[in-house]
Design a protein around this ligand. Structure first.
Ligand code: TYD
Length: 226
């Protein structure tokens, strides 16, 4: 979908500095998060005229790229070490990239955030969802996304979409990935904050993107004519 597909945008008259918006994309491997994030980022910049910061976990910083290599492509590590590597990446990412961008009024789009830790380490690795959530919130100094887009897909379909050699997490097995999916869906259903947008990632890319844009437009108070 081209960034100008929803081209008629009415933005309310500014009243003070713009407030940033923090959007996370979650879901299984191969669900299409990075495609959706890229399309949304182009639309935020080109149509809404707002600063868009596209980032990811793990690996949104120089230190994070080292941690990403270690956790995904390095020697095997135990589950607690794995959880702490993701938490370290998150702490540094939030402190140096996400919060400064939000303070500037940017729209920050992250490919994965703390719900991935709860799903993959908390349930997938059996460390306990509450405990891993507490660790993540501590690492992020309490920063929770305004919107979390869950791209839900049967893990067999997601893993089949991937090319290249699987990384440590992609090799974790079908049962592991079934449990991560179940955790994302359960968290979305139980949440009372309204931050979750659950979408069927088997739908065409443009359909999914239109729903994501509609939600972001609503969050930003922007009227978008179709
Ligand atoms: P991702 O960047 O989505 O992988 P890829 O670039 O291969 O599509 O995520 C990397 C992997 O890390 C993915 O399998 C999920 C996992 N992960 C966790 O286990 N815990 C976390 O907290 C995060 C952020 C990711």
């Amino acid at each position: 979908m081209a960034p100008d597909t929803l081209a008629h945008v009415t933005t309310p008259a500014p009243t003070g500095p713009p407030t940033g918006l923090f959007v996370s994309f979650e879901g299984g491997d191969g669900a299409g998060k990075s495609t959706q994030l890229r399309l949304l980022g182009a639309w935020v910049r080109d149509v809404l005229g707002r600063e868009a910061v596209l980032t990811r976990e793990p690996g949104g910083t120089d230190l994070g790229r080292l941690l990403r290599t270690a956790v995904l492509h390095g020697d095997d590590v135990d589950a607690r070490t794995e959880a702490l590597l993701y938490a370290t990446d998150r702490a540094h990412h939030v402190h140096t990239v996400v919060r400064p961008a939000l303070a500037r009024g940017a729209v920050v789009l992250t490919d994965r955030y703390l719900d991935s830790s709860v799903a993959y380490q908390g349930n997938g690795r059996d460390l306990g969802e509450d405990e891993v959530e507490r660790l993540s919130l501590w690492a992020a100094d309490g920063l929770v996304p305004d919107v979390t887009v869950l791209l839900d897909l049967d893990p067999r379909a997601g893993l089949a979409r991937l090319d290249g050699a699987p990384d440590r997490l992609e090799r974790a097995g079908e049962e592991f990935h079934r449990r991560t999916r179940e955790t994302f869906l359960r968290r979305a259903a139980a949440d009372t904050s309204g931050r979750w947008l659950v979408l069927d990632a088997a739908r065409p890319v443009d359909d999914v993107q239109a729903l994501v844009r509609a939600r972001v437009a609503a969050e930003l108070g922007v009227a978008v004519a179709r």
